[in-house]
Write a protein that binds this ligand. Structure first.
Ligand code: SF4
Length: 378
């Protein structure tokens, strides 16, 4: 039996500083710490290659995420990619993405990444208004984002994503529309637009509690979501997931694995994996991660084998984020498994979920409440 292709996620846990809204596990970049980490990650790649039979299991996508992968030198990132190639089989058209902060890459870095086989770059633009960036403590300028996109294209990296966040403190509908227009002028192949959420313990959370920053306005975020959909679809992008838009043929193959309950292996501190019906995750602590790999042991902290019911639950919850939705029998089987028949019937009656032939999907209004619906169906 041929197993379906696998995704490989590599977590680079460093940033130069923490943005006000960010609650991800990360470490502040330090050259020595980064060198030790790269050695550990190389070790983990070798151990994982031995552990997971990969000759018949080619890797269809490699994703360097973080943190900010590009705080590492381009030579370190390309060495990691070479190590991946040495221990795993990559498909001939493997999608290789690097997340990048625009201020951390030069044209030379981008050329080096492209020549090593990186074929997709995802820039954390967040906004195309400098005042927004200052208000969320995100270092760098819009000018640097524009420069990085231009240089990426010159380097040969034509598959470009821009990550945006809307509902930022002080941002209004007009400034969000200006951000979208500015992004469209850069002609990326892919755009991600996320509603700002306030995570507990972040500087943004503290600023809101101290009345130094306004709380996100949900009604305004709904208007912003609608504006994004309208402007991006008119410009030829397809909305294929709650927060993701792509030109035809440019949906992110790696992220599609998450939403289709596909399998992926995550390496690096805090990285999560889903393989062989089990979810497992690495320890979210760089020192403990390094110690484990120095002892030639994988740094897996927890592992849970999912029952068939749990696998179906995850397929329903993640799959509903896709605009194409899921097979209707899966939704109804999950409702029966978890005693969700009443809430499912209500969501259908309220037309938050729509059924069309054999598929169920979130309606336009449902998309705006995707997270709440997912909680109700969990
Ligand atoms: S650059 Fe990204 S990962 Fe790093 S602190 Fe900012 S939001 Fe978090």
């Amino acid at each position: 039996m041929t197993l379906p292709p696998l995704g490989l996620y590599l977590h680079i846990p460093f940033c130069r500083q923490r943005c006000d809204f960010c609650a991800f596990y990360l470490e502040i970049y330090h050259e020595g710490r980064a060198e030790t980490f790269v050695r550990s990650l190389m070790q983990e790649i070798g151990l994982s290659g031995q552990q997971y039979v990969t000759a018949s299991r080619p890797i269809q996508s490699v994703y360097f995420g973080g943190g900010t992968p590009t705080v590492l030198a381009a030579a370190q990132l390309t060495a990691i990619l070479s190590e991946v190639r040495a221990h795993f089989t990559l498909t001939s058209n493997c999608e290789v993405t690097v997340e990048a902060h625009p201020s951390t890459v030069s044209e030379r870095d981008l050329v080096q990444l492209y020549q090593a086989g990186v074929n997709r770059i995802s820039f954390g633009a967040e906004s195309m208004e400098d005042t927004d960036l200052i208000r969320i403590g995100r270092p760098g300028t819009v000018h640097e984002t524009v420069r990085a996109v231009t240089q990426a294209r010159i380097a040969g990296l034509t598959n470009i994503n821009l990550d945006l966040i809307y509902g930022l403190p002080g941002q209004d509908l007009e400034s969000w529309q200006r951000t979208l227009s500015h992004c469209l002028a850069l002609e990326p192949t892919h755009l991600s637009a996320y509603a700002l959420t306030v995570e507990e313990g972040t500087r943004l959370d503290s600023n809101i509690r101290r009345l130094r920053s306004p709380e996100p306005d949900e009604d305004l975020q709904i208007e912003m979501d609608e504006a994004a959909q309208q402007m991006l679809v008119n410009a030829g992008y397809e909305r294929y997931e709650v927060s993701n838009y792509a030109k035809p043929g440019y949906a992110c193959r790696h992220n599609l694995l998450y939403w289709t309950n596909g399998e992926y292996l995550g390496l690096g501190p805090s990285a999560q994996s889903y393989l062989g019906g089990a979810r497992f995750g690495n320890i979210a602590d760089l020192v403990a991660y390094n110690a484990s790999l120095t002892a030639n042991l994988l740094a897996i902290e927890d592992c849970a084998k999912l029952s068939e019911k749990e696998q179906l639950r995850d397929a329903v919850i993640f799959g509903l984020r896709l605009i194409r939705g899921i097979p209707s029998p899966h939704l109804h089987q999950h409702a029966e498994n978890y005693g969700h028949a009443t809430i499912t019937a209500q969501l259908l009656a309220q037309r938050l979920i729509e059924e069309d032939g054999n598929r169920s999907r979130l309606s336009a209004r449902g998309l705006l409440q995707a997270d709440t619906i997912a909680e109700q169906l969990y």
